[in-house]
Write a protein that binds this ligand. Structure first.
Ligand code: TXA
Ligand code: MG
Length: 338
């Protein structure tokens, strides 16, 4: 299959929408990361996403909508008070909510769960595409399973060339990490995956909000995650990533770098000068910039042939929680306290 990469003109959007209606898979930009979309009401179309990504069959997909009227047919019952407040505050935007599912959503999409994850993206190309397709769009991140999520159309092409017919090129993604996933089926809203909408932003509208322990800790032997995606090795470049935390970070990274071959450092902008002329990629000035730059830096590390990657930690608060959640998985939870 030949994969086309097109700017999101009216014509390209119409073609992408037609492909979705015909049961095909299309790459498209959102404000978080690029998605790999298919008609969420068509089990065979959803199956093609799993094939293209090499995704484990028990990892459910997020269903994307472009207006609130599209929500009711996808969920069982009415949204709870917390859901209504969160939707009013943060949709469209980088937030996914978990509801009890309606029978209309195929089991293939929810991987057999009784719940469905729903998001209304803010990116104009994503919204226009869903509107034109006139169906809800199931879309995971558009990477091959296990790889860092794509934040540019070129990243999608790198992973999906020959596997899907079309990628809409909307430039670089603004947030850079996937949406915040919030489970609303328990007694209090619970963050299963942190993202661009922070715990403080959630608490500002719902008063309470829990963060699932699996966000920053590996699952114990035989433990079942609430979000199936959390059990897989994720976001990993080919090089081995190690995270450094604490006051001796720069010294320890320099020591190890000098004893390694093909090493690469990922550091905050403010620390760059302390690493001398060692090979380094800047992650920007703060946690928000780190979120935007992290996946691109991990992919760049592969292109540079880095065998070992030493990365500075960031405080796990605000967007920093989402950064550390992804970084810990990319590093298979290897952290050095300095
Ligand atoms: O920002 C995003 O959310 C991007 C863009 C494309 O919208 N999408 C994305 O999808 O990150 P994906 O498939 O890479 O991640 C979806 C996560 C997985 O960890 C999955 O296990 C979880 O959401 N998930 C989906 N449905 C769920 C459900 N019913 N219950 C619990 N977790 C669910
Ligand atoms: Mg993903």
């Amino acid at each position: 299959m030949k994969t086309q990469l097109l700017p999101p003109t009216g014509e390209a959007l119409s073609r992408a929408a037609a492909l979705l209606r015909e049961g095909e898979v299309v790459g498209f930009p959102t404000e978080t990361v690029y998605g790999l979309g298919a008609n969420a009401l068509d089990a065979d179309a959803a199956e093609k996403i799993f094939q293209a990504k090499g995704r484990p069959g028990d990892n459910p997909l997020i269903v994307h909508i472009s207006s609130e009227e599209e929500l009711a047919p996808l969920i069982a019952g009415e949204p709870c008070e917390a859901a209504r407040r969160l939707m009013a505050a943060y949709w469209p935007g980088p937030m996914t909510l978990i509801f009890p599912k309606s029978p209309r959503v195929p089991e293939r999409v929810t991987a057999g769960l009784a719940t469905v994850a729903i998001r209304m993206p803010a990116h104009p190309v994503a919204r226009r595409l869903i509107e034109l397709a006139k169906v809800p769009v199931a879309a995971p991140s558009a990477n091959r399973s296990g790889r860092p999520s794509p934040t540019t159309a070129e990243d999608v092409f790198e992973d999906m060339n020959g596997r899907i017919p079309l990628i809409l090129d909307g430039g670089a993604c603004g947030v850079g990490l996937e949406s915040t996933v919030i489970d609303l089926t328990g007694s209090a809203p619970r963050v299963l995956r942190p993202g661009g909408i922070t715990q403080a932003q959630i608490e500002a509208v719902t008063q309470t909000c829990e963060v699932d322990p699996a966000v920053l800790h590996p699952l114990g032997e035989g433990e079942r995650p609430r979000s199936p995606g959390m059990k897989y090795k994720h976001y990993a470049p080919r090089g081995e990533v190690t995270i450094f935390h604490g006051p001796g970070t720069v010294r320890e990274i320099c020591n190890r770098y000098d004893r390694s071959e093909d090493a690469l450092i990922l550091a905050l902008e403010g620390n760059l000068s302390q690493y001398g002329d060692r090979r380094i990629i800047s992650l920007g000035p703060d946690a928000r910039a780190m979120a935007q730059n992290l996946f691109g830096a991990l992919r760049e590390a592969d292109r540079m042939g880095a065998k070992v990657i030493f990365c500075e930690a960031v405080e796990p608060t605000g967007v920093g929680l989402a950064v550390m959640n992804r970084l810990l998985r990319a590093a298979a939870f290897r952290v050095v306290e300095t």
